[in-house]
Design a protein around this ligand. Structure first.
Ligand SMILES: Nc1nc2c(ncn2[C@@H]2O[C@H](COP(=O)(O)OP(=O)(O)O)[C@@H](O)[C@H]2O)c(=O)[nH]1
Ligand SMILES: [Mg+2]
Length: 290
């Protein structure tokens, strides 16, 4: 599988983020709770340097809650503040500001000692496309002020969105391009739809997906699709297609339609809450998952 995506954008993005950093006190780094490794841009640490940062594991209502807990503990053990959130129910969104105040406690005190009052804390939201940056900004600001969708936008003049009297967000989130030299990373990004689908073969993608799920949660496939989990994943895909009535005239199975059903089922958590990456995988990179 050969995936080329967003060529050349990273340089521009890095510059935009670097420009914004001088105006902000804290970075909110959004990751996808199902794939915290693949949804993280490895350059982010060098881009934000030593700016205080909070990791937000978004879409956590789609991820395995026990594994998400492990991730939060993992970050904590590594001295990184992290919260699991979701922008649908708003879980933990109200814990973000108190956490920021805690992290910036010393800085806030110093500012007050200097006699500077009324200066809001300002945050920058960062993350890869589709991780939920715009939705998050809308949710935390409780209004539809940021535009949702995949369109990477660039604003010339900085605009701030008020969350409360003391806390503002830059209205333009920083878009980080995911890195996927590693096929596994590319696949995981495609499963959660953070890579545009049209550049991938959906049938091939679903085969890889079934292969992975077969190993981590075989029961899920048996229960949802009423098929036997077998070594021949292509045969399994065909069987799922038959069971789902994805049959074209002549009795042939429409694999394309079947593949889309399976991937959409995963994305909507109809296969249950599945996390594809564990803190344990950090030891040897995501390859350890295999
Ligand atoms: N299930 C779920 N979907 C979310 C959540 N947050 C955002 N989304 C969806 O993810 C998609 C991408 O969101 P968007 O805010 O446009 O991502 P952006 O590209 O990072 O700005 C949209 O369909 C959102 O509705 C979440 O917590 N849970
Ligand atoms: Mg957006």
């Amino acid at each position: 599988m050969n995936i080329q995506w967003y060529p050349g954008h990273m340089v521009k993005t890095k510059r935009l983020i670097a420009d914004s950093l001088k105006f902000i006190d804290v970075v909110l780094e959004l990751l996808d709770a199902r794939i915290p490794i693949s949804s993280k841009n490895p350059d982010v640490d060098s881009i934000i340097k030593n700016k205080p940062r909070i990791i937000l594991l978004n879409k956590s209502e789609l991820a395995d809650p026990l594994i998400t807990k492990e991730w939060i503990a993992y970050y904590k053990n590594n001295g990184i503040s992290a919260l699991d959130i979701d922008c649908i129910s708003g879980k933990n969104i109200n814990k973000i500001y108190p956490l920021i105040k805690e992290i910036l406690k010393d800085k806030i005190e110093r500012t007050q000692q200097k006699g500077i009052i009324g200066r809001p804390i300002r945050a920058l939201v960062l993350g890869i496309p589709n991780v939920g940056k715009s939705t998050f900004i809308n949710k935390i600001a409780k209004k539809s002020s940021a535009q949702t969708g995949d369109r990477p936008g660039v604003t010339k003049n900085k605009q701030w969105i008020k969350v409360n009297k003391e806390f503002e967000l830059l209205d333009t989130p920083g878009i980080l391009w995911p890195k996927f030299d590693d096929e596994k990373v590319a696949l995981h990004l495609a499963y959660v739809k953070s890579i545009k689908e049209e550049i991938l073969d959906v049938v091939e993608l679903s085969i890889k997906f079934l292969n992975e799920i077969k190993q981590i949660a075989p029961k899920v496939l048996e229960e949802r699709y009423k098929v036997n989990v077998i070594d021949d994943v292509y045969a399994m895909l065909t069987e799922i297609g038959k069971k789902r009535g994805c049959v074209v005239s002549g009795g042939e199975v429409d694999l394309y339609r079947t593949a889309n059903i399976i991937l959409e089922d995963f994305r909507d958590a109809k296969l249950g809450r599945i996390s594809l990456e564990l803190p344990m995988d950090m030891m040897d990179g995501v390859e350890a998952n295999e």
